[in-house]
Design a protein around this ligand. Structure first.
Ligand SMILES: C[S@@+](CC[C@H](N)C(=O)[O-])C[C@H]1O[C@@H](n2cnc3c(N)ncnc32)[C@H](O)[C@@H]1O
Length: 413
């Protein structure tokens, strides 16, 4: 199923971008933004949305002023951002927006979609037990790997004494992390690196994804815990933080450079992966035409992996879930924008080598999961698919927003 076929559950009403946050139950009056106390759970839903929206608007204006080299305007907007509490207040408002009573954090959806990979990495004696969603690697009662200075779990696993070793923990890069205790922490099973432009605590590295050393950087700076690359990249409500459309495209393109090479040539799987993959068959949906921009290339979307015997005689081994990108956006950015639709997003991501595995839209958010395979990009280009996406109105109508992703074609330059 294409991500385009997921529709919001509520009746189709025009939604503003500010609606992209879970609701908050308390309506108690809050302190002023600059004096916001993170311990207080009293920030109203309205105030939370207003803080987040003001921050986005100021960031966008600031990006414009910088692009126009308008020094005076830049100074003024920076002062306004500081006065409204800056990134710190925005992050606090986002954390409140994530809290359980407002709908929980999005990493639970990712954990649900990765269940098969996570299960395969569980020490055999724990298989079949459910994942402890809220466990942090340091507070869980499960056996926990050593934690480094950032609170991330270690990558080495020594479990039991018999049988083949469990596959190494899933390496996850969480970009735009506000918490170290979300559902991604599964002792012995995941190894999570968390980064943010502003670290809100130990366990979150202060780093800009756009300048983070690439895994293959020759000086070795791109290694993390002695390895290069990640199995999963999470971009949850981060793309919409980027103030300009080309910047969003660049962020998506950059994700493709951070995946572990471990998954290349998956058709010749290593022993540790074999018991998990040999039973997996993936079902492909009939290719469909993109409607919004007339491109002739097809969008091939993988539906739920099915368990079916694969004996090696019926062609190459089918692909699994990894490596993959988890993307969360406010629902209106896809369902009520003049410049972006779910099919258009699928076309953009297909041109980068992504295949849609999962998608769902709730009242507030659109979640999707994409497997990266460079062969997909070649296939897309071979079919005449677009690789350049300009700002173009594809979904006209009053009351729509202007959220847009622009992608140039770096590889042809
Ligand atoms: C709305 S918060 C999202 C937090 C959390 N992931 C969630 O789903 O609620 C967006 C965060 O992304 C961070 N961010 C934006 N661009 C980033 C970049 N280039 N590198 C690292 N973090 C970034 C911001 O600093 C901010 O803390």
């Amino acid at each position: 199923m294409s991500s385009g076929s997921s529709k919001p559950r509520s009746k189709a009403k025009a939604k503003a971008l500010k609606a992209g946050r879970p609701p908050f139950l308390s309506t108690t009056t809050s302190k002023p933004a600059t004096a916001f106390n993170p311990e207080r759970r009293s920030l109203s839903a309205k105030r939370t949305r207003s803080l987040i929206r003001t921050h986005h608007v100021l960031q966008k204006r600031l990006a414009q002023a910088r692009a126009e080299k308008d020094a005076e305007q830049v100074r003024e907007l920076e002062a306004q951002l500081a006065a409204s509490g800056g990134l710190e207040t925005y992050q606090l408002a986002s954390t409140v927006g994530q809290s359980a009573e407002r709908g929980g954090d999005s990493s639970r959806v990712l954990v649900d979609w990765l269940r098969e990979e996570l299960e395969a990495r569980k020490p055999k004696r724990f298989r079949g037990h459910s994942f402890a969603f809220s466990a942090s690697s340091s507070s869980s009662s499960n056996p926990s790997p050593a934690n480094d200075e950032h609170g991330s779990s270690s990558t080495s696993v020594q479990v039991g004494g018999r049988g083949p070793p469990s596959p190494r923990p899933l390496r996850i890069l969480e970009v735009g992390a506000l918490s170290t205790t979300n559902a991604l922490n599964i002792p012995l099973v995941t190894s999570v690196r968390r980064i943010d432009l502003r670290s809100s605590g130990p366990g979150i590295e202060e780093a800009d994804f756009m300048t983070l050393p690439l895994p293959d950087s020759p000086d070795g700076k791109g290694e993390w815990h002695g390895e290069r690359g990640y199995d999963v990249i999470s971009l949850s409500l981060v793309l919409n933080y980027v103030p300009d459309a080309p910047g969003r495209g660049e962020m998506l393109r950059r994700t493709t450079m951070f995946f572990s090479r471990h998954h290349e040539n998956r058709d010749d799987l290593e022993d540790g992966d074999a018991d998990r993959d040999e039973d997996m068959q993936t079902e492909y949906e009939t290719p469909e035409q993109t409607e919004d921009d007339g491109t002739r290339a097809t969008i091939t979307t993988i539906k739920h992996p099915r368990v079916r015997a694969h004996d090696g005689r019926n062609g190459p081994r089918p692909p699994g879930l990894l490596p993959c990108l988890f993307l969360v956006l406010p629902a209106p950015t896809l369902h009520n924008s003049r410049y972006l639709t779910p099919d258009h997003l699928t076309a953009i991501l297909s041109s980068l080598g992504y295949i849609n595995l999962q998608a769902k839209t709730t009242r507030k958010l659109h979640y999707s999961l994409w497997r990266y395979d460079p062969r997909r990009r070649k296939e897309w280009v071979g079919q005449g698919g677009k690789t350049v996406f300009h700002k173009k109105e594809i979904n006209p109508g009053s009351g729509r927003n202007n959220f847009c992703i622009v992608l140039d074609d770096r590889e042809k330059e």
